[in-house]
Ligand binder design. Structure first.
Ligand code: NDP
Length: 331
C-alpha cells in the first residue's frame, strides 16, 4: 500500500473547507488508492468549530483517511505537508477599502509562507484559493524563496469548469465532451474566458466550439460575463458564496497537477508567468497548462486575436496594480 500523503487545508472550518475535506478524504484529490492525513488549520475563534469538523471526519469512517490534525498553530499545521491548499483568508467586509483587505491578506500570506518554507515536506505543492488568490500566491512565493516557484499556484479551475459548464448547457452536450477553454489572468471579474481553441468531442471527431455555437455575439458577450459573474449569481441565489464547486475544482486542480492532464487536454491554472503570450513575467497569471509527472507547463503557440489580446492585457494590468498595492502594504 502507498504511504499516506499529508494535505494541509487552511481556513478548514469555513464553507469551502467544510466541503473540501470530505472530498480529499474520499480520494477526489489524490486518487482512490492514495491514503491521506489531513492537517486542518484555522484561527482561534474558529477552533471549536474546527474541532467539530474533525469529529465529523472521524464519524464518516473514511477508509483512505489515516489521520486528522485540527490546530490553530501554523507551524504544527505545515509540518511535513506534501500538498497545501490555502483557503483561509480575510474576507472583504462591507465598508472596507481594497487596501485594507489586501493588507490583512498580505500579512497572513507572509506568515504562512514562512511556516511552509520551514516546515513543509520538500517539493510541497501549494494551491492558493483565498482571494485575492493570484496576489496572495505571489506574496507566498516571495516569502518562501526556497519553495520552487513552480510549486506555487492559484485556483482558476473553478472559472475553467464554469466555462465548460456554460458551453455544455448552450450546446446541450455533456460537459465531459467539452474541452480546452482557457481562463487567462486574474481570478477576478477581469479574467478572460476564451473559447477560441475549445472543442467538443463527438463521434465524428472534434468540432470547434465557435463553429458549433455559431453565435459570436453570445460568445464574445454574454458567455464571458456569465462566467465572470457566476460567483455573484451564486451568492444572490444561495445567500452564501460558492463552496461545493470551489472545493471540487480545488480537487481537480491538484489531481491533474499530480496525476497528469488527459491526453490532448489542457486546464487553466494560475502559475508564475515566464513571459509567455506577452504576459509580464513575475505575476501569478492563469494560463492554459498541461501536466505530466507532477509538473505543469504552459501550452505554447495558441493564436491570440486582437479581441483576446486586449483582454489578456487588461487582466494583466489589474494584476500589476494588485502587486503594487500588495507591496505597498509590506512597507
Ligand atoms: P469561504 O470558505 O467561503 O472562502 C474562503 C476563501 O476562498 C475566501 O477568501 C474566498 O474569497 C475565497 N474564494 C476563492 N474562490 C472562491 C469561490 N469561487 N467561491 C467562494 N469563495 C472563493 O470563506 P469562510 O469565511 O467560510 O471561511 C474562511 C475561513 O478562513 C474561516 O474558517 C476563517 O476562520 C478562516 N480565516 C483564516 C485567517 C487566517 O488564516 N489568518 C484569517 C481570516 C479567516 P472571497 O472572500 O472573495 O469570497
Amino acid at each position: 500500500a502507498k504511504d499516506a500523503l499529508r494535505v494541509l487545508v487552511t481556513g478548514a472550518a469555513g464553507q469551502i473547507g467544510y466541503a473540501l475535506v470530505p472530498m480529499i478524504a474520499r480520494g477526489a484529490m489524490l486518487g482512490p488508492d492514495q491514503p491521506v492525513i489531513l492537517h486542518m488549520l484555522d484561527i482561534p475563534p474558529a477552533a471549536e468549530s474546527l474541532n467539530g469538523v474533525k469529529m465529523e471526519l472521524v464519524d464518516a469512517a473514511f477508509p483512505l483517511l489515516k489521520g486528522v490534525l485540527a490546530t490553530t498553530d501554523a507551524v504544527e499545521a505545515c509540518t511535513g505537508v506534501n500538498v497545501a491548499v490555502m483557503v483561509g483568508g480575510f474576507p472583504r467586509k462591507e465598508g472596507m477599502e481594497r487596501k485594507d483587505v489586501m493588507s490583512k491578506n498580505v500579512s497572513i500570506y507572509k506568515a504562512q509562507a514562512s511556516a511552509l518554507e520551514k516546515h513543509a515536506a520538500a517539493n510541497c505543492k501549494v494551491l492558493v484559493v483565498a482571494n485575492p488568490a493570484n496576489t496572495n500566491a505571489l506574496i507566498l512565493k516571495e516569502f518562501a524563496p526556497s519553495i520552487p516557484e513552480k510549486n506555487i499556484t492559484c485556483l482558476t479551475r473553478l472559472d475553467h469548469n464554469r466555462a465548460l459548464g456554460q458551453i455544455s448547457e448552450r450546446l446541450n452536450v455533456h460537459v465531459g465532451s467539452v474541452k480546452n477553454v482557457v481562463i487567462w489572468g486574474n481570478h477576478s471579474s477581469t479574467q478572460y474566458p476564451d473559447v477560441n481553441h475549445a472543442t467538443v468531442v463527438t463521434q465524428g471527431g472534434e468540432k470547434s466550439v465557435r463553429e458549433l455555437v455559431a453565435n459570436d455575439q453570445w460568445l464574445n458577450g454574454e458567455f464571458i460575463t456569465t462566467v465572470q459573474q457566476r460567483g455573484a449569481a451564486i451568492i444572490k441565489a444561495r445567500k452564501l458564496s460558492s463552496a461545493l464547486s470551489a472545493a471540487s475544482s480545488a480537487c481537480d486542480h491538484i489531481r491533474d497537477w499530480v496525476l497528469g492532464t488527459p491526453k490532448d487536454t489542457w486546464v487553466s491554472m494560475g502559475v508564475y508567468s515566464d513571459g509567455s503570450y506577452g504576459v509580464p513575467p513575475g505575476l501569478i497569471y492563469s494560463f492554459p497548462v498541461t501536466c505530466e509527472k507532477g509538473e505543469w507547463s504552459i501550452v505554447q503557440g495558441l493564436k491570440i486575436d486582437e479581441f483576446s489580446r486586449a483582454k489578456l492585457d487588461a487582466t494583466a494590468n489589474e494584476l500589476v496594480e494588485e502587486k503594487t498595492l500588495a507591496y505597498s502594504c509590506l512597507s
